[in-house]
Design a protein around this ligand. Structure first.
Ligand code: 48H
Length: 263
C-alpha cells in the first residue's frame, strides 16, 4: 500500500476553507467602514463605498443578509419603489416593472440577492452570522465594533468577543438601531438628535417616512453614522411599510457623506 502524496480530500477541503476564511478575517480587522446590518441601506452603502476604493466590512447577525427585503409586504414577495430610486436598481441590474403614478415593483428575492451580489462584487467583505454586541469608544469617538458569533449570543454563552477597528461605524441595523442605542447607553454620549438620545420611531405615514429616512441619514456622533430605519429610529421619523425608495436613497446618501468626511 503506497502512502498518499497529496492530502486526503477531507483535509484539503477543510484546510482550504479555514485558510481562506482566516485570511479574509485578518484582512478586515481594521477597515475604513464597518457596517452593522446587511439590510438594503447597508448593502447599497457598502457597494458605493467599496466602488470608491474604501475597505468595507459588513457584519450581519443572520445567516442570510438582505434584512427586511426578502418578505416583501406581509410575505407577498414583491416590493415597491418610486421613480427616484430606479437608477440604483439599474446599477445593480435588478429588474423593475411600472405600477403606475410613478411607482414600480420588483421581486423581493431578486432585490435581496441582487444587492448582496452587487455589494460583494464591488469588493465589500460580508461576515454573516456575526452579531455586533458592543462598540469601541475611544477619545470621544466610535472607533470600531465588538463582534461575536450569533449562536454564542443566542445561547447566552459566556464567550468573550473579538474587535474590528474602523474609521467609521454605520448603524444599519434597521428598526432597533442597535449601535446608536449602545453609544447612548454605554458610552453615555449625546447623539446629534433633538433630544440627544434615540428618539424612537413614529407610526406609519408613508410620505413623511420616506422623506425622513433620507433626511435622517447622517453622522450622529463622531465616528458613527445611521442609515435606513435605524436613522429613522434615532431621529424620530415615521415608518413607511414595504416601499424601499427611501432605504435605497439612504444607502446612497450615506456613502456620499462618508466619502466626503473620509476624503
Ligand atoms: C449585526 C444586525 C444586528 C447586530 C440587526 O432592517 P433592515 O432591512 O435595514 P434597513 O434599514 O436597510 O431597511 C429597513 C427595511 O428593511 C424595513 O424594515 C422597512 C422598509 N420597514 C418599514 C416598516 O414600516 O416596517 O436590515 C437590518 C439588518 C438585518 O439583517 C439584521 O439582522 C441586522 O441588520 N442586524 N447585524 N449585528 N447587532 N442587529
Amino acid at each position: 500500500m503506497v502512502a498518499p502524496t497529496s492530502p486526503a480530500m477531507e483535509e484539503k477541503i477543510t484546510s482550504a476553507i479555514v485558510e481562506r476564511f482566516f485570511a479574509k478575517l485578518k484582512d478586515h480587522l481594521s477597515v475604513d467602514v464597518a457596517i452593522v446590518g446587511a439590510g438594503p441601506s447597508g448593502l447599497i452603502a457598502a457597494h458605493d463605498l467599496a466602488t470608491a476604493g474604501k475597505k468595507v466590512a459588513l457584519f450581519e447577525k443572520k445567516l442570510a443578509p438582505g434584512g427586511g427585503v426578502w418578505g416583501g409586504g406581509m410575505l407577498f414577495n414583491e416590493i415597491v419603489f418610486q421613480d427616484d430610486a430606479l437608477s440604483i436598481l439599474d446599477d445593480f441590474s435588478i429588474t423593475h416593472r411600472p405600477a403606475g403614478d410613478g411607482y414600480h415593483t420588483a421581486d423581493a428575492v431578486e432585490v435581496a440577492s441582487g444587492l448582496i451580489f452587487g455589494a460583494m462584487k464591488a469588493g465589500a467583505a460580508l461576515f454573516n452570522t456575526v452579531s455586533v454586541e458592543d462598540i469601541v469608544f475611544q477619545d470621544g469617538r466610535v472607533a470600531g465594533v465588538v463582534i461575536n458569533w450569533t449562536p454564542v449570543v443566542h445561547m447566552n454563552l459566556h464567550v468573550d468577543p473579538l474587535v474590528v477597528l474602523s474609521k467609521v461605524v454605520v448603524d444599519g441595523t434597521g428598526h432597533p438601531s442597535v449601535v446608536a442605542n449602545l453609544a447612548a447607553r454605554k458610552a453615555g454620549v449625546r447623539l446629534d438628535t433633538e433630544t440627544g438620545g434615540v428618539m424612537g420611531e413614529k407610526p406609519m405615514w408613508v410620505e413623511k417616512g420616506e422623506k425622513s429616512t433620507v433626511e435622517n441619514t447622517r453622522r450622529i456622533h463622531p465616528g458613527l453614522y445611521a442609515s435606513g430605519m435605524a436613522a429613522n429610529n434615532v431621529s424620530g421619523g415615521f415608518r413607511m411599510g414595504p416601499i424601499f425608495g427611501g432605504m435605497f436613497l439612504s444607502g446612497r446618501k450615506l456613502a456620499r457623506l462618508i466619502l466626503e468626511d473620509l476624503g
